[in-house]
Design a protein around this ligand. Structure first.
Ligand code: CP
Length: 327
């Protein structure tokens, strides 16, 4: 157990050891239990978290804000459009200045080839921990909540379990690569058999895929990439089919829409769920394009754990804040 995580940034879990991640999860379970019992846990009294959003959010915003209140502190919502950030405040200024007002800075900046670097530039100038609420490469708190949810279902030893991280079609917008990328990075570290399934145009960043391969070698599981949607479901314990953009192929919105249009049949339905193991779980970070990406029957069905995943965002984020922002 790692007991000194004070002042640590959490930009990618790749920069946290397994031991540190396990510590965070231990604390998350303790906080979940405390909340269920109504036990006070005001570990961050008088502390303030600045939450800086460059992109819309439901779960992330509400869970960070609720989490800070439950820890006895306060969270400030800062929208890039309605502040002077839109008129030129630099990343360095944000890190320096907000770091002097607040005790932690959480940022969502998903712009392709920009978001992660922006968060790192803020962190370099900040005297307080910086937490990544999603960027163009990573979504660490989503994946920590996913890991917590999987461990609740299958136990903490996940070796030998098979997870299918798959592309699914959605019509709404060209979504970031951050969720599938962070999933393949994290689940390979836990010795799982990780299947990445996507059409050829929807590849992930090569550097991330390489890191997942390395994690898999060290973790003792397996890592394979396929392009057959149905085959991805076969005998899986966990299926996580979600949409992402074809960023490695094109940044052009119209072209990406046209490419996506070739895969409208990549929808998760009960026929496909039946190909997975009988006790398999269906996961999705949400929001989902209902009846386009996944049928209502599946997402609201008995195998779906999407509401537990969403709840666990609260507990892992509270754990991270309590560990990194404490006095
Ligand atoms: N899963 C997730 O990050 O949800 P929001 O975009 O609503 O925050």
């Amino acid at each position: 157990m790692q007991t000194d995580l004070r002042n640590r940034d959490l930009i990618t879990t790749q920069e946290w050891t397994r031991d540190e991640i396990d510590t965070l999860l231990d604390v998350a379970w303790d906080l979940k239990r405390k909340r269920a019992l109504g036990e006070p846990h005001a570990y961050l009294r008088d502390k303030v978290l600045a939450m800086l959003f460059f992109f819309s959010s439901t779960r992330t915003r509400v869970s960070f804000e609720a989490g800070m209140a439950q820890l006895g502190g306060h969270a400030q919502f800062i929208d890039s459009e309605s502040t002077q950030i839109s008129h030129g405040d630099t990343a360095k200024e944000i890190g320096e200045i907000i770091g002097r007002y607040c005790d932690g800075i959480a940022i969502r900046q998903c712009d392709w080839k920009f978001g992660n670097q922006y968060i790192r530039d803020v962190a370099a100038a900040s005297r307080v921990p910086v937490l990544n609420m999603q960027d163009d490469i990573y979504h660490p708190f989503q994946i920590l909540a996913d890991l917590m949810t999987i461990q609740e279902r299958f136990g903490r030893d996940l070796r030998g379990r098979t997870i299918n991280v798959s592309y699914a079609y959605a019509s709404s917008y060209q979504k970031p690569l951050s969720v599938p990328q962070d999933l393949i990075l994290m689940m390979t570290r836990y010795g799982m058999n990780v299947r990445l399934t996507h059409p050829p145009e929807f590849a992930l960043m090569p550097d991330i895929v390489e890191q997942a391969r390395e994690n898999s070698k060290r973790g003792g599981g397996s890592f394979e990439i396929g392009d057959d949607f149905d085959a991805g479901f076969q005998d899986a314990d966990i299926v996580y089919p979600k949409s992402w953009g074809c960023w490695m192929t094109t940044e052009d919105k119209d072209e990406s829409k046209q490419i996506g249009g070739k895969y409208t049949d990549w929808i998760t339905d009960s026929r496909r769920m039946a190909m997975a193991k009988q006790d398999a779980i269906y996961m999705h970070c949400l929001p989902a394009d209902r009846n386009i990406e996944v049928t209502d029957e599946v997402i609201e069905g008995h195998q779906s754990v999407v509401y537990d995943e969403a709840e666990n965002r609260l507990h892992v984020q509270k754990a991270a804040m309590a560990l990194t922002m404490r006095s």
